[in-house]
Design a protein around this ligand. Structure first.
Ligand SMILES: NC(=O)c1ccc[n+]([C@@H]2O[C@H](COP(=O)([O-])OP(=O)(O)OC[C@H]3O[C@@H](n4cnc5c(N)ncnc54)[C@H](O)[C@@H]3O)[C@@H](O)[C@H]2O)c1
Length: 326
C-alpha cells in the first residue's frame, strides 16, 4: 500500500495515538498535517513529534470552531479523527464539554467533509466504552451499545454520525472500536488517562501501584503500533468504507497481573491491593475482551506485539525521554 503524497489530516495529532500514526505516515512519505488544540490536561505533547517536526505540518486549532478546521479537512484525502476528551470521569462531571468536543467537534469535521467537492475519507476512533457491560464476551463492532458513561454515549453518537454521513450524504466514513491502548507517547502525568498509564508512571517514580480489590478484572491491552497499523488499513483500503470494526488483541489480562508485569519490566515500584472508592463502582464494567476477527478477515490484520514485548518497548521509551512525560 502506498501513502506517498496522500494528504492526511490527523485531528488530535499531538496526542498519544495520533502522534504515533504521524510517525508511521511520515515514514511512508504521506503529506501529514496534525491539528490539535493543545488543551491543558489532555494528551497533547509537542515532544511526541520532536523527531518528525520537519516532516509534518502542525496546526493549533480547536475542532469546536468549524471555520478554523474547515480548510484542513477540505484539503485532505484522509482524515483520522482522533481528537477527543477521553476521561470517563470528566465526561460524567462535565457532560457539556464532552459533548462539545466529542459530538459537536466531530460534526464539524463531518459537515465540512460533506460540503467538500471531493469528500475526504473520515476514520473515526470509537471506543469499547460504547458497549458498557456486554451480555457476553468477546464484544465486537456488532455488540449492542449500552454505554455506562457520557464518554461512551458520545462515542456511540460518533458511530451513528458515521453511518448517517455515509448513507445519507455519501461521505466515506469508517468507525473503529478500540480497546485499552498502551505504548510510548501517552499522557502519564494526568491520573484521568487510564490505568496502564497511571501504573507506568507510578513504577517509573518507584511508587506503589494501587490495584482495586481483588484485581481480577480483565482488560484487553493492545500495543499502539498494532493500532496504528490497523488505522492505516482503515484509511486506505476501499473495503473499509461504510464499515465499523474492532481493534484489540482478543486476549485479556487481569489488572493485578498487568501491575506486576509493569513493576517487573521497570524494575521499580510495588503493587498493593486497596478497596474500591465508592464513586468508581457505578461506572465499572467488569471484564472486557474484544473480537477483532473482522479486521483479520478483511485485511489480514493481527496484533503482533504481546504485552511483555510491548511493555519493554514502552518503558524503555519513557526512561529515555523521562522529562518530557513525568
Ligand atoms: N488511548 C486509548 O486507550 C483509547 C481507547 C479507545 C479509544 N480511544 C480514542 O482514540 C483517540 C485518540 O486517543 P489518544 O489516547 O491518542 O488521546 P490523547 O488525549 O493522547 O489525544 C487526543 C488529542 O486530542 C486533542 N484535542 C482534544 N480536544 C480537542 C479539540 N477540541 N480540538 C482539537 N484537538 C483536541 C488533545 O489536545 C490531544 O492531543 C480518541 O478519540 C479516543 O477516544 C483511545
Amino acid at each position: 500500500m502506498s501513502w506517498e503524497n496522500t494528504n492526511v489530516l490527523i485531528t488530535g495529532g499531538l496526542g498519544f495515538i495520533g502522534s504515533t500514526l504521524a510517525h508511521d505516515l511520515a515514514e511512508l512519505d504521506a503529506s501529514v498535517t496534525l491539528l490539535d488544540a493543545k488543551l491543558e490536561d489532555y494528551g497533547a505533547n509537542p515532544a511526541n513529534v520532536d523527531t518528525i517536526r520537519d516532516n509534518v505540518t502542525i496546526v493549533e486549532a480547536d475542532l469546536r470552531d468549524v471555520k478554523d478546521v474547515a480548510p484542513y479537512v477540505t484539503q485532505s484525502d484522509v482524515v483520522f479523527h482522533l481528537a477527543a476528551q477521553l476521561s470517563r470521569t470528566v465526561s460524567n462531571e462535565n457532560p457539556a464539554t464532552d459533548a462539545e468536543i466529542n459530538c459537536q467537534g466531530f460534526l464539524n469535521v463531518l459537515s465540512v467533509a460533506k460540503s467538500a467537492t471531493d469528500s475526504p475519507r473520515i476514520v473515526f476512533t470509537s471506543s469499547q466504552a460504547v458497549v458498557g457491560r456486554p451480555a457476553s464476551l468477546p464484544f465486537d463492532e456488532t455488540t449492542q451499545a449500552a454505554p455506562l458513561d457520557v464518554y461512551g454515549a458520545n462515542k456511540r453518537a460518533g458511530e451513528l454520525y458515521c453511518n448517517l454521513y455515509y448513507e445519507s450524504h455519501g461521505v466515506p466514513t469508517v468507525a473503529v472500536r478500540l480497546t485499552n491502548v498502551y505504548g510510548p507517547r501517552a499522557q502519564l502525568s494526568n491520573p484521568n488517562y487510564g490505568v496502564i498509564n497511571n501504573f507506568i508512571a507510578a513504577a517509573l517514580r518507584d511508587e506503589t501501584l494501587t490495584v482495586f480489590e481483588p484485581g481480577t478484572m480483565k482488560r484487553d491491552f493492545v500495543y499502539v503500533r498494532d493500532i496504528t497499523r490497523g488505522l492505516r488499513c482503515l484509511g486506505f483500503e476501499q473495503r473499509a468504507v461504510g464499515e465499523r470494526y474492532t481493534l484489540g488483541t482478543g486476549d485479556a489480562t487481569t489488572i493485578y497481573d498487568l501491575a506486576e508485569a509493569i513493576v517487573d519490566t521497570a524494575g521499580s515500584g510495588s503493587v498493593k491491593l486497596v478497596p474500591w472508592p465508592d464513586d468508581w463502582e457505578s461506572i465499572q464494567v467488569g471484564d472486557l475482551r474484544s473480537d477483532p476477527s473482522k479486521m483479520c478477515d478483511h485485511f489480514d490484520w493481527e496484533p503482533e506485539t504481546d504485552l511483555t514485548e510491548g511493555l519493554v518497548e514502552t518503558i524503555d521509551y519513557y526512561r529515555d525521554n523521562l522529562e518530557a512525560y513525568l
